[in-house]
Ligand binder design. Structure first.
Ligand code: GLC
Length: 505
């Protein structure tokens, strides 16, 4: 049986015809961000543009996005968006990513002029409005995309609409859809009512004999998977894992049905944005040639975190949403031993579930000189942790791609990860015999397995030369978007071919 990872998509090839691509996401850096989705939506388009394609981005204009700061210009007169049996007015604003990629923002004060991006009772309606509004907007702009590239549940109804209510609209006749899954754990599940809001109630529920729990709800993620021409999960390993009940979040039967449409293009990181040689948030800039300078970042991080300043104590860093996904229960059950027996220092940055807030606050009270805890979100401190820590911990239960380990490696912090999803695809285990590897990798989801690899890492850290070689190998890894952008372009072409084939079928 063919695995998604073995698909010909992984043979990179230059694509000649420029494509028109509309990429829609609920969050995009630098305008709005809660997680990795925003990083991807803000950096992938630049790389696709660099390959010569006309890619444009669309997102809602949240109240927090300052029209002044981002130079927003109105590009369309207010226009109606069909919602339920009425219509709502939308406005279309435009700005750009680095002056390069056009960014459209759908505006409507009632839906988007709020403090946060999500977590409102009417989220389904808000994102239906954004997506439907954008489809109506491109018609008015008379800019006909070849591809709509949707991300996560918020934009997942677009492929559904294209194949139902817009099926006979000549404007969308040749528009193919690509749906990227960033995290199957957030599916956007709602009741029947949203089908009416979205204008697709006449088609009813999507029913699958093996996803019984989901047959009488509206699962946005499931619909994206069901209706899109091509599906992408953000790493090869994740694209295989989600075919199993363990990682499939109840959608694995549907994903197995569509496995010939499922691919796993790995995310990249923005190498200009994340560059220790130029990062203005750091105490000292450095590169491979001036790696000795890195220690100044470590000492200043220790100061900032209230830890004892000592260049020789290993500093373990974590930057994460404090949720189960990130393997924090493994961390909470081993951390005390790590501090007491291994003598390491620990720095954590992130927000999330209350029980983790409680645990880590209490820990910092008990180990004030060894544990620096920041229960907040702070982009500049994040950079200083990447640059000042020796080890970067990501013991995730599951990890679709993971960007932190790639950034850490670029900054010379050696990753310690669990072999799942994108972590398995980007970090290889250090082998003291051959001297190969870029980090420390464990497999079993178990505190002892984490602890054992920490022991191994801390022991390796004592050997300065070996550690230096490990850091250099990490910093030499190529996580640029270019490779992945070429694979995405190939996916776009594949989606067009599937679309043409399905329409004649
Ligand atoms: C989600 C996933 C993470 C991935 C990111 C970007 O946040 O949890 O693994 O790196 O999306 O695709």
């Amino acid at each position: 049986m063919s695995q998604p990872g073995e698909h010909p998509i992984n043979r990179v090839r230059e694509v000649q015809t420029p494509l028109k691509i509309l990429l829609l996401a609920a969050e995009v850096v630098p305008f709005a961000k809660t997680g990795g989705l925003a990083d991807v939506a803000g950096s992938l388009p630049k790389a696709i543009r660099a390959l010569g394609h006309d890619i444009r981005v669309a997102m809602p204009r949240y109240g927090r996005i300052s029209p002044h700061r981002f130079n927003l210009m109105r590009v369309l007169d207010p226009f109606p968006v069909p919602m339920d049996d009425r219509s709502e007015q939308a406005e279309l604003m435009q700005t750009s990513l680095d002056g390069d990629v056009p960014v459209y923002m759908i505006e409507n004060a009632r839906y988007f002029d709020r403090d946060c991006i999500y977590m409102y009772p009417d989220d389904a309606e808000r994102f239906i409005f954004f997506c439907r509004g954008m489809l109506e907007a491109v018609k008015r702009l008379d800019w006909q995309p070849d591809i709509v590239h949707c991300h996560d549940w918020h934009t997942a109804l677009i492929p559904n609409w294209i194949k139902t209510i817009y099926a006979h609209d000549p404007f969308f006749e040749n528009v193919a859809s690509v749906y990227t899954i960033h995290n199957l754990a957030y599916q956007g599940i709602f009741g029947y009512r949203v089908l009416e809001v979205a204008g697709i109630d006449e088609y009813g529920f999507v029913v699958h004999p093996d996803t019984v729990d989901l047959n009488e709800v509206v699962d946005f993620m499931g619909r994206g998977i069901f209706f899109s021409d091509v599906i992408n999960a953000v790493s090869e390993t994740y694209s295989r894992e989600i075919l199993t009940p363990e990682y499939g979040e109840k959608l694995d039967p549907l994903l197995r049905d569509r496995r010939d449409r499922l691919f796993g293009v790995l995310n990249g990181i923005d190498l200009d944005e994340f560059d220790p040689a130029t990062d203005s948030y750091l105490e000292a800039n450095y590169n491979l040639e001036s790696l000795d300078q890195r220690v100044h970042n470590k000492l200043s991080l220790q100061r900032e975190a209230g830890l004892r300043q000592d260049p020789h104590v290993p500093v373990v860093g974590i930057i994460a949403r404090l949720t189960d996904q990130k393997g924090l229960d493994l961390v909470t059950s081993t951390l005390e031993a790590v501090l007491q027996h291994l003598g390491a220092q620990f720095v954590l940055l992130g927000t999330g579930e209350q029980r983790y807030h409680d645990f880590f606050s209490e820990l910092s009270n008990r180990f004030p000189e060894q544990a620096g805890i920041f229960l907040t979100f702070n982009a500049s401190l994040a950079r200083r942790i990447y640059a000042g820590s020796d080890l970067f911990l990501m013991p995730s239960r599951f990890e679709p791609c993971g960007l932190g380990q790639m950034i850490a490696m670029r900054y010379g912090s050696v990753p310690l990860v669990r072999a799942v999803g994108g972590l398995a695809d980007t970090v290889s285990d250090y082998d003291p015999v051959s001297g190969n590897g870029t980090g420390f990798v464990f497999t079993t989801y178990d505190p002892m397995a984490l602890y054992t690899s920490l022991v191994r890492a801390v022991e390796t850290y004592r050997h300065r030369d070996i550690w230096r070689e490990l850091q250099v190998r990490c910093m030499q890894q190529d996580f640029s978007w270019e490779k992945s952008a070429r694979k995405y372009v190939e996916l776009y072409n594949r989606a067009r071919a599937f679309r043409a084939q399905d329409r004649t079928a």
